[in-house]
Design a protein around this ligand. Structure first.
Ligand code: C5P
Length: 222
């Protein structure tokens, strides 16, 4: 079973993806971490984010070390990721890895911006997770404070809106729900309620498959 979860920054999609992956015993890929690793690698090398060939090379040569960089979750890295992710050759360089991850036997959970539209249009279950910009900024600020950092919620909200605008406006793989995705607005949902709602979508899919005579998947909890 492939579960594709997309949505804007700090919507809760990453947490939901991790919880669903653990619940159903599936491997999980946070596709944003690939773009973050490319952005961070370029920042480390001097900050040239706009030279296409350099950015593509950084994407083609990503290593485990790049993905383990302790600054991957920093605000500056997120902003760099958003910029490099608009470069079509960077996206193309990361495509095969993501598709192969999704295609492994038994399936996988992927989260990002285009997992249901471009990476796995054939995914069994697609979720599009949203929340208001104000709530997302609060969550992000709390996450930073929990890591001992200071956080200006108003500035974070502006950055989030700018990132949403850039992700939705780019010509290649823009942030948008797949036509067959289930919308999950987490503005007024705690993580447990959001997880229950996401699980209900997955389980409805499994029941439907059983009802129409295809061999049932047997997720834990059913
Ligand atoms: O999800 P996260 O905030 O870690 O993603 C960082 C940036 O990477 C996003 O703002 C987005 O621009 C980009 N991204 C993308 N496609 C994905 C995942 C992330 O363009 N599938």
């Amino acid at each position: 079973m492939i579960i594709a979860i997309d949505g804007p920054a700090s919507s809760g999609k990453g947490t939901l993806a991790r919880l669903l992956a653990a619940h159903y015993g599936l491997p999980h890929l946070d596709t944003g971490s690939l773009y973050r690793a490319v952005g961070r690698k370029l920042l480390r090398a001097g900050g040239d984010l706009d030279t296409v060939a350099t950015a593509e090379e950084a994407a083609r040569t990503l290593s485990r070390e790049d993905l383990d960089d302790p600054h991957l979750r920093d605000e500056a890295t997120g902003d760099a990721a958003s910029r490099v992710s608009a470069i079509p050759r960077v996206r193309a360089a990361l495509l095969d890895y993501q598709r192969a991850f999704a295609a492994q036997p038994g399936g996988a959970v992927l989260d990002g911006r285009d997992t249901g539209t471009v990476i796995c249009p054939e995914a069994d279950v697609k979720l599009f997770v949203t929340a208001s910009a104000a709530v997302r900024a609060r969550r992000r600020a709390e996450e930073l404070r929990a890591r001992g950092m200071t956080a200006d919620e108003e500035r974070i909200r502006r950055d989030i809106e700018e990132r949403d605008r850039r992700d939705a406006a780019r010509s290649v793989a823009p942030l948008k729900p797949a036509p067959d995705s289930h919308l999950l607005d987490t503005t007024n949902l705690g993580i447990e309620a959001a997880f229950e709602a996401a699980k209900a979508v997955v389980e409805a899919h499994c029941l439907h498959r059983t009802a129409v005579g295809r061999p049932p998947e047997k997720p834990a909890g059913l």
